[in-house]
Every structure is written in C-alpha cells, then in structure tokens.
Design a protein around this ligand. Structure first.
Ligand code: SAM
Length: 439
C-alpha cells in the first residue's frame, strides 16, 4: 500500500539523512516558535483529536466527570504571529484549552482541568497572557518551573482522577524513574502519557558512541544523560548493534531501534502498552519524532489510531499546500492563475485522498481476511487485535476505513455483518464459516 508522505520512504535510503553531526537535525530553539512546522501540525492535530475521546472515555460519574491534562513542557502557548495575523498559531496548551471549552458544553459537561508547566520565565509569562485571552482560562493553571520538580506535586493534587500527561521536551525529558514511578505509577484507573520522543536526539547521541572517536568529558556527560532518560544503559548495545558508520540513514534506523527498545522496557516495568506515530518533517523524510502514547486500555489504542489518522490527513493537506506554494502554483488571487485556485487545490487533494481511502480499505480488508484464517474473532478493544487489523495502515487508517473493509468482507461471506447501531470500539469481528473457505 502506498501512502502519500508516509510509507513511501525507507529510512535506509534517505538522501538527506547523514550520520555526520553537522548535517543532523539541529534544533534552533528561537526558530522553533517563529512558524508552525509540519511536525507540529501533526503533533497538535493528534493531540486535539485524541483529548476529546480520552476525556469522553474516562471522565465519568466516579471522577465527577473531571479529567486532567498536564502539559509538562508547555512552551509559550502560541507561535509568533505571521504577517497580517493578530495572533500566532496555537501551541499545545491552547489546543488543550479549546478542547476543554468544547467538553464543558457537552451533556453532561466534562471538566478538563489543564496544568501547564514551563521552565523558561519568558515563555511562562507569554503563556499566562495567552491563557488569559482564552475563554477556558478558568480551567487552566500555569506553573513556571521545571517539570522534574513540579510534576510530583501536580500529580498528587489529581488524586485518582483520569489524567493524560504530555511530555514534549526539546531533547530528552525527565529521568525515567520519575516517569515510571510517579507518572505511570499513579494509582488511577485511567492514566496515560503522551511522549514526543525526539528521535534526532537519540541518533545524535547514539552517533557520538558510534563515531569510534575517544569520548570527551562532554560527550560522556551527554551519553550518560541519555541513560538517565531511558532508564538504563542497554540502549547503547541496541544502537551499536544496528548502527553502521558511514552508511546513510543508519543512525536514524538505530535510533528507531532504541525507541522500540525503550517502549519494551516501559512495558516490562509498568505493563503499559504503547502506540508510536512517526512524525516527519515532510513526506519522504525519516521520522524526527515518535509521538508515543502509553496506555493500559485497548479502547485507547482504538481511539488513538483514529486521532493519528485524522492528524495525518491534516498533515498531508498542510504539506501539499506548502509544496504548492513553494512551486508557485497556489495563488490567493485566482485572476493571476485561475487554474491553481483554492478550488483546484481542494480537487487535487480530494483525488489523492480518495485513492488513499481505497488503498486503506483494501489493506485492512486483507489483514482481517488473514486473521480469520487462524481466528474465529477479533476484538476492536484489544490492543494486539487493533494493531493487527490495521497492520501497515496503523495510524493512517481509521474507523471509516475499518467499517468499509468489514462491510465488504461481510458481503463476501467472510465475516458476520456488523451491528450498525453498536459502537465500533466495543465490537468484535466474527468469522463466518470455516477457515479453509476463506482461502
Ligand atoms: C518543544 S517545546 C514545547 C512545545 C509545546 N508542547 C507545544 O506543542 O506547543 C519545549 C518547551 O519545554 C520548555 N522546557 C525545557 N526544559 C524544561 C523543563 N525541565 N521543565 C519544563 N519546561 C521545560 C522549553 O522552554 C520549551 O518551551
């Protein structure tokens, strides 16, 4: 299946990815806030699309319909305003406050309490001002301080309420022990962590180890810091056994292996499952982040897959628009270039999306058919089953593709028809007939 901007690239063959440190993804923290980049478009779209179902799933009578969102590396709340705009694009705190506002209007109203922690005093001040402009300001608390010092108190104040903690640092985040014991170790039934794992940091630091040169004291300190974040030094062997010096893309591949190893360690230590979404700068590039959800409920996997899919659709549109502008084919003034108006852009986008829709349905259909060779049913609230059902389409496809695939297979007599009035995330897909008949 070919997915525009997603699975059409191989990390091994990235022309733009070198293991040489100068050519690595270097983050200029001032530039970061000057304009929302493609990676942030995906991040905020996924966050915005997941928070609502998270609260709907978890904030019930037992918690007085209350849930918490903790943004531990909150940033200033908005990007710099661009020419002609009064306000900048929203950062993660404002995305969350928008959700808090719409949840408060639901029946029964859901109370999403937002806590924003930001270390940088200037960012924290801007954030406080931005929050004050929000209609949901009463739902927000801004703390100027370091995540590693503030989180323990914030988490204690939440009691056993449902909570989603977002960790979005520039590089490495808090010590692993804090994430394991204090955040994931909370005594709460509904508790999730969304970590924006910085893959470029892993490949840059892994690259120091793999360079073959004698480590300086500063190198040693950097490498040791990664041990603290990842919780142990076993990542070093994982990196070095994958990394091939001088082979383009090898550091990125090794970093992705370290990320997978990290998720396995979290599962081993806490029992939390994980779902990682690759975040790329642009189609065809290696992932620079993995937006990773840690959770215990299979419903979370189902809903996060949907949020990722919606996020990717917004990301594809953003990239296609950026590309069109770069090539000078998207003019606001249709008189200048009638053929390349907003309408023609929308039509072109729809054509590629329609094609993708068919590919996704076909992929999911093939996966379910394969599963039915050895199974009599799959449960859509099971983490393993939902990942197997989506397979290669995980994070790209969503409920509408799954429904179409299921209906098509029911028509072919492979599975039982679905009960159209039932919620999909509670559903089971049951085999119809015997496995050999499916071949
Ligand atoms: C990648 S930015 C956050 C972006 C934000 N989540 C968004 O999506 O709009 C990381 C932020 O973390 C802040 N920061 C860095 N170290 C921190 C720490 N130890 N505790 C809290 N904030 C920190 C930085 O000042 C920066 O504003």
């Amino acid at each position: 299946m070919s997915i525009p901007g997603e699975h059409d690239d191989s990390v091994q063959n990235q022309p733009g990815i070198r293991d040489n440190e100068q050519e690595m993804e270097m983050v200029n923290h001032d530039d970061f806030w000057s304009r929302k980049q493609s990676a942030a478009v995906l991040k905020h779209a996924v966050l915005g699309n997941y928070l609502t179902p998270f609260v709907a799933m978890t904030a019930g009578e037992r918690s007085d319909y209350r849930a918490w969102y903790v943004d531990a590396y909150a940033g200033p709340g908005e990007y710099a305003a661009e020419d002609g705009e009064k306000e900048g694009q929203p950062g993660s705190p404002i995305v969350a406050l928008g959700t808090a506002r719409s949840l408060a209007e639901k029946t029964p109203p859901r109370d999403l309490q937002c806590v924003f922690i930001e270390q940088d005093p200037a960012h924290a001040q801007t954030l406080s001002a931005v929050v004050q402009r929000s209609a949901a300001r009463r739902k927000a608390r801004v703390i100027q301080g370091a995540a590693q010092s503030e989180l323990t108190g914030v988490i204690a104040a939440m009691g056993k309420d449902p909570a989603l903690t977002f960790l979005d640092p520039y590089g490495t985040a808090l010590p692993y022990s804090l994430m394991r014991d204090v955040i994931l170790g909370r005594d709460a039934k509904a508790n999730e962590v969304l970590l924006n794992l910085n893959i470029t940091t892993l490949w840059r630091i892994g690259g120091i180890l793999g360079s073959g040169r004698k480590l300086t004291a500063a190198d040693q300190k950097t490498v040791d810091l990664l041990d603290v974040f990842l919780g142990e030094s076993s990542w070093r062997d994982v990196f070095l056994s994958t990394f091939r010096r001088g082979v383009p893309g090898s550091a990125a591949t090794a970093a992705l292996a370290v990320a997978e190893h990290f998720r396995d360690c979290v599962k081993r230590d806490t029992g939390y499952e994980s779902f990682a979404i690759d975040v790329r700068k642009a189609p065809g590039h290696a992932p620079i982040f993995q937006l990773t959800l840690f959770y215990r409920s299979g419903y979370a996997a189902y809903k996060f897959a949907d949020a990722a899919s919606h996020g990717h659709e917004q990301w594809r549109e953003f990239n296609m628009r950026t590309e069109a502008r770069k090539n000078g084919v998207l003019f606001a003034d249709a008189l200048l270039a009638e053929d390349f108006s907003e309408e023609s852009f929308a039509a072109e986008f729809k054509t590629t999306e329609d094609k993708l829709h068919l590919d996704l349905v076909r992929t999911i259909e093939a996966n379910i058919r394969d599963l039915m060779l050895t199974r009599t049913r799959v449960a859509l609230n099971s983490d393993a089953d939902i990942k197997a059902v989506y397979g290669e389409a995980l994070g790209i496809g969503r409920e509408k593709h799954l429904r179409a695939a299921w209906d098509s297979l029911a028509k072919q007599g492979v599975v039982q028809p679905r009960v159209k009035s039932a919620k999909m995330h509670h559903a089971r897909i049951e085999r119809f007939g015997t496995a050999p008949a499916l071949r």
